[in-house]
Design a protein. Structure first.
Ligand code: FES
Ligand code: FES
Lengths: 781, 172
């Protein structure tokens, strides 16, 4: 990097309490629902009750006549105004349905009224006249030749809208070789959704004087939303400002731009007053992007002594009725192809992807995206091979893992693994979970009639994506703009956008170390396109590595300038200076000091005192572009107990060894992990979006969709290994690994306890009971 | 058909201050607090009584303000998250414990957890971890995995019993 880390880190690496917390603890966070602009009117949506139908007519007469009504908007009117939701090329989702609806919950019509209660009253009076069409709900059924078309506007053979495949030379020969042992399993993940506690919401306000739009939205990517809204409404990007205020979680679900965003913004422009929509939970479950629901038909070839020689995976993944944003059908599969071999040195590799349209809610990204299934596949194959070949589960993993001296490692999937600690993480996790003594523990428990199992999930997490291709699809870098104010206070504007990750603290820690100021003197601003330079927001475990990297670079540049000016004022060489507590001192000469405030005041107000050639001002903007992928790695291990009477699974111990490079704030790292492990419990045992055969979603409340609760979540015991990355500060991303590995660790523990194989999620108590009773219901699904 | 909407004029004392407003009979206490009182610290996560984000105290008992009508609180005392800290801004020991234990991430659930904890520790000042976890099943958090919330509640209990010195606000 351009300059070495100049100070001994005082804040990075410390468990610093979060600077943003006081406002939240006192109820003074400002979420989008809390934004109250005067004159605001409220939107409710009329949504499709049918999974597939023609719309014959819409009767909104009663609503339009109601004095509380400000507007009713239909798809036809939007189309007339040439307003559309940009993005999906091959099957664009109209912002409001025009003559065909393709999933239950699809927005058809928007009604604007004095308040949310009135808007909902009026929505109920609007009659939509449907002509039902055949619907196809199950992904595999949709691919059958005579299956109904899920989306008549975009008919494709077998409803497959997206296909890719790849194979290394020689893979067929490998699988045909009688000397190799082949293990097979179909892995089916259930449909889920990110389910942040805060629903989606948007407040849009049109300023007629400047013909500009200001939007407050619960989004992970303010600039992405701004660009899309500008395109949708035919406005210049300079006339749209998006503010992402405090955001109550996202988990990938708040990354895309949704039809409601376009509709509400258009209505604000039309009505010339603020328009607000706050999703309720039921419509959120219907209309937020769903995720997972993929099928991996996998087989793996091993040598008799346990070498992982080859892997084949046919991925079949639903997009729902339309690809929306980065469709789950694409994101979960294409990205999986990069990491399916996992930490193992697989030599032959083949994959096929079929993305399928079905009459279900569009799918998108949910924390971990491709990772949970890819980890399940690679670990599932290893486990099956171990049992079949009679090799120890840990032994076979160690034997196949990339070793320390083999980094950087070029994987068969065409990506480069930067240095990590694959074997070391597994070994540490096994030590902490008590692998060596587990068989004895299991025997003792069995003697008391208790059934225990131990699960293992080694993982790699691809984080902080840099340049991945020639299409301008994502922002492969991020930015920090840092100013030192005349008071010596530091303000940083960053392109990443926190929605719970604690960037106001972690980015401040990084900057404080470079500038020799207290972390409390650094204010981090984010989430406002009018206040921060163009950035990629937060998602894909990118923020601390890329955004934090940019912050380090900008702070280093500023530090040089501070030292240069201070050196001039103190008549000393910059190399002879040090900064601490906002004071610059000649090393070893306590009396010769100047404060950061004095340097800053000189920089802004006394340019005549600056060294020659030094520009006035104390500000720096830097952008950091990381390598294509920075890989974190680690290992999860779980010991579970199965209640053979009820099918309940209790997690007795849970260990996470995480290597995410240099940790900026271990407290926040661990918080991310405990959160992801709880979500993994949801994925393994609880959560499932269920459609009936007509495409009605049956799980639209939290009574039906089971969220992990405090008694479900295990207590996590941590091990940390820090293999620094090449990025400034040595960081790697880590926001998703906990959910990438935890479902597999838990499933693996159940398999180990019962001596069965699992091919579908979630493992409900009924299914655990069936497996415990030897009913091998779903091996192979 | 214009739906007839009944209204009533009510007075509710919130965090020690009376608020009088004419509200629709169907208006929830949560919406009353957020819209009529301007107290937006009470959050709505599900609006169907499962998540506990909207928890407030009604005459000292924890209730879900999304399932309570504002008119049910007429003439009663409500305490919200905004009423927890001392008037001079000093955090309540429960708030302090949540802060120091990193028991919040996106913080959307936090107000509900704080109010549930406040009511719980009044009833049970020395709870076991199991009792804490059992009580917290009425509140959902998607971010933290509960581990630090459970630790914070135990820590808060210790502070309220006077076993742990409460540190001043603002320290790192
Ligand atoms: S919002 Fe009241 S319980 Fe969820
Ligand atoms: S901190 Fe985000 S839901 Fe609890």
């Amino acid at each position: 990097m351009s300059a070495p880390i100049a100070t001994r880190p005082q804040f990075a690496g410390q468990r610093i309490k979060r600077l943003e917390d006081p406002r939240f603890l006192t109820g003074h966070g400002q979420y989008v629902a809390d934004i109250q602009l005067s004159g605001t009117v409220h939107v409710a949506f009329v949504r499709s009750n049918y999974a597939h139908a023609h719309i014959k007519g819409i009767n909104a007469e009663e609503a339009r006549k109601d004095p509380r009504c400000f507007a009713v908007l239909t798809g036809a009117e939007l189309a007339q105004a040439k307003v559309f939701l940009p993005g999906a090329q091959n099957a664009p989702l109209p912002a409001l349905a025009i003559d065909e609806v393709c999933y239950v919950g699809q927005p058809i019509c928007a009604v604007v009224a004095t308040d949310r209660y009135a808007a909902e009253d009026l929505a109920e009076t609007i009659e939509v006249n449907y002509d039902p069409l055949p619907a196809v709900v199950d992904t595999l059924a949709a691919t059958q030749p005579n299956a109904p078309k899920a989306n008549l506007a975009f008919p494709t053979p077998g409803n497959v809208f997206f296909h890719m495949e790849h194979a290394t030379d020689g893979i067929d020969d490998l699988f045909a070789d009688p000397q190799v042992v082949v293990v097979r399993q179909t892995f089916r993940t259930q449909r889920q959704t990110g389910m942040p506690m805060e629903t989606r919401g948007i407040v849009a306000s049109w300023e007629p004087g400047t013909a500009s739009l200001t939007v407050y939205a619960a989004t992970q990517m303010p600039h992405g939303l701004r660009d899309t809204l500008a395109a949708a409404l035919h406005l210049s990007q300079s006339k749209v400002r998006v503010i992402s205020p405090d955001v109550g979680g996202g988990f990938g679900m708040k990354a895309p731009v949704y039809p409601e965003d376009v509709v509400v913004s258009f209505l604000a422009q039309q009505l010339g007053r603020p328009v607000k929509w706050i999703s309720d939970r039921r419509e959120g479950i219907l209309a937020d992007t769903h995720a997972r629901d993929g099928l991996h038909i996998a087989e793996a070839a091993f040598s008799k002594d346990g070498l992982f020689l080859g892997l084949r995976d046919h991925m079949i993944s639903p997009a729902g009725a339309y690809p929306l944003g980065l469709s789950g059908a694409v994101a979960e599969t294409v990205l999986a192809t990069l990491v399916l071999p996992g930490p193992y040195k697989v030599q032959q590799y083949a994959w096929q992807i079929d993305g399928v349209l079905t009459n279900t809610t569009p799918t998108g990204t949910y924390r971990g995206v491709w990772g949970p299934a890819a980890t399940w596949v690679q670990e599932g194959m290893i486990e099956r091979a171990a049992r079949q070949l009679g090799i120890d589960r840990v032994e076979i993993r160690l034997k196949n893992m990339v070793r320390k001296e083999e980094f950087p490692y070029h994987s068969v999937a065409g990506v480069v693994y930067d240095p990590g600690s694959y074997q070391e993480s597994l070994q540490l996790a096994m030590e902490k979970i008590g692998y060596a003594g587990f068989e004895e523990e299991r025997r003792q428990a069995a003697a008391q009639g208790r059934t225990l199992g131990l699960g293992i999930a080694c993982f790699i997490e691809p984080t902080a994506m840099g340049v991945m291709g020639d299409e301008p699809l994502t922002v492969p870098n991020d930015v920090a703009s840092i100013r030192i104010e005349p008071s010596g206070q530091v303000i940083a504007q960053v392109g990443i956008s926190s929605h719970g990750q604690g960037h106001e603290t972690t980015v401040a820690q990084l900057i404080a170390d470079q500038l020799g100021v207290d972390v409390q003197n650094v204010t981090v601003l984010h989430g406002d396109t009018a206040a921060v330079p163009y950035g990629g927001g937060t998602g894909g475990s990118r923020s601390i590595t890329i955004g934090g990297g940019a912050a380090i670079l900008a702070a280093q540049e500023l530090r040089q300038k501070v030292l240069q000016i201070a050196g001039h004022l103190l008549e000393a060489a910059p190399e002879d200076l040090e900064i601490a507590d906002s004071t610059i001192q000649v090393k070893g000469v306590p009396g010769r000091t100047v404060t950061l405030a004095q340097v800053a005041q000189t920089a802004y107000m006394l340019p005549q005192k600056l060294p020659q050639g030094v520009e006035p001002g104390l500000e720096a903007t830097k952008r950091y572009t990381p390598p294509p992928i920075t890989f974190s790695n680690g290992c999860h291990a779980a010991v579970v107990e199965i209640d053979r009477a009820t099918g309940a699974v209790k997690v007795l111990r849970y260990v996470v060894v995480e290597d995410c490079g240099k940790m900026v704030n271990p407290m926040i790292v661990e918080g991310q992990i405990t959160g992801g492990v709880a979500q993994g419990v949801g994925s393994a045992f609880l959560e499932q979006l269920v459609y009936d055969e007509n495409g009605q979603l049956m799980t639209t409340t939290w009574m039906d969709y089971l969220m992990p609760e405090s008694t479900d979540a295990p207590k996590v015991d941590f091990g940390h290994i820090e293999t620094p990355s090449q990025n400034p500060g040595g960081m790697k991303g880590m926001g998703e690994s906990s959910l990438i590995a935890s479902p597999t660790a838990l499933v693996s523990a159940v398999e180990d306890a019962l001596g069965v194989w699992v091919g579908a999620l979630p493992l409900t108590p009924q299914r655990v009971l069936a497996l415990a009773e030897g009913r091998q219901e779903d091996a192979g699904a | 058909m214009v739906i007839p909407v009944e209204t009533a004029t009510i007075t509710v004392t919130v965090d020690g201050r009376p608020y009088t407003a004419t509200v629709e009979a169907r208006k929830t206490l949560a919406d009353f607090l957020r819209e009529e009182c301007g107290l937006t610290g009470t959050h709505l996560g599900c609006e169907h009584g499962v998540c506990g984000a909207c928890t407030v105290l009604l005459n000292d008992s924890a209730v879900r303000s999304c399932l309570t009508f504002a008119i049910q609180a007429d003439g009663q005392e409500v305490m919200t998250v905004e009423g927890l800290a001392a008037p001079d801004g000093t955090l309540h020991p429960i708030q302090q414990a949540f802060w120091e234990n990193h028991a919040l991430q996106c913080a959307f659930c936090t107000s509900g957890f704080l109010m549930t904890t406040y009511a719980f520790l009044k009833e049970n000042p020395n709870p076991s971890e199991e009792e804490i976890r059992e009580t917290l099943t009425g509140n959902i958090c998607r971010c933290t995995g509960y581990q630090n919330i459970v630790a914070a509640v135990a820590d808060a209990a210790a502070r309220l019993r006077g076993e742990k010195h409460t540190q001043p606000v603002g320290g790192v």
